[in-house]
Design a protein around this ligand. Structure first.
Ligand SMILES: [Mn+2]
Length: 273
């Protein structure tokens, strides 16, 4: 297992307006330095743009700290630009798909998974109609991912954040029925704590389809601050032979820097790092 930490403008190490200005690149560089010092192998990002100059600057910065890109989240495409894969307006769906496809290209030299979370859409959706759009949109993205040798990680997200695909069984069935060959499941301990009867059983049952894993405690604070036994879940993943990324996607609590150091101490205390 390799460990990464999310650096973004919302969760993880929080940098307001990340990648919008030179100063934010400076803060990004500082955050990566902290990940490097604390023994992380990679960094996970949330991106909603695809201009080459910013993307290559990001890549260079990651490389200069000896880190890898563990995953590319796409939630900001929805949260910031209000574009989703299920928007009832075709042109908005197409814009969302186009960004995902560009980010697949960006992720391809690192073979990092591209994460499909809230870009699926949220709020008051007509679920049946949205499911059809989601199927068609993801089919298109999946074939681009396949061409680039990139996996898409479709995340099970709890019911309070979206009405679409809340539990692992729904994600698994959706991937199979839609025949998404480049897509696997992303399990997140925070979401599983809300949706699954047993987190351990869910990990066991869907393990062969899991390609990416997010950890956060029950309150989305770093591991050790809530009531989940994250160490037991990581031991289970290890026993099952998981070789993918485990990314900490926590709130920036007690602070951005302490979220990093607390996660690292937790992982070291349980001999994962
Ligand atoms: Mn997550």
């Amino acid at each position: 297992m390799r460990f990464a930490f999310v650096v973004s403008r919302a969760l993880g190490y929080h940098i307001p307006n990340l990648f919008d200005s030179n100063e934010s690149f400076h803060d990004f560089d500082k955050a990566l330095g902290l990940l490097e010092q604390n023994g992380f192998d990679g960094v996970e990002l949330n991106l909603n743009f695809h201009d080459q100059s910013r993307l290559s600057r990001i890549k260079d910065c990651i490389k200069s700290h000896g880190l890898r890109l563990s995953g590319v989240g796409t939630g900001l495409v929805y949260a910031r630009d209000n574009l989703s894969l299920t928007d009832s307006e075709r042109s908005k769906r197409e814009r969302a798909i186009a960004i995902v496809e560009k980010l697949i290209e960006f992720a391809s030299d690192e073979k990092a998974p591209v994460i499909i979370g809230l870009i699926r859409g949220a709020g008051k959706l007509h679920v049946e109609e949205a499911s059809v759009y989601l199927r068609d949109s993801l089919k298109e993205c999946d074939s681009v991912a396949q061409r680039h040798g990139v996996r898409m990680a479709l995340e099970a997200i709890n019911r309070y954040e979206t009405p679409l695909l809340n539990a692992a069984d729904e994600v698994s069935t959706f991937i199979k029925n839609t025949k998404l060959d480049a897509t696997g499941i992303l399990l997140d301990t925070f979401h599983m704590n809300i949706e699954e009867g047993s987190i351990e059983e869910t990990i066991r049952e869907y393990f062969s389809e899991v390609i990416h894993f997010h950890i956060a405690d029950s309150n989305r604070w770093p591991p050790g601050f809530g009531h989940l036994r994250i160490e037991e879940l990581l031991h289970l993943l290890q026993d099952l032979g998981y070789h993918g990324w485990v990314s900490a996607e926590t709130l920036p609590k007690p602070s951005s820097a302490e979220a990093v150091t607390a996660t690292a101490s937790f992982l070291r205390a349980h001999r994962f790092m």
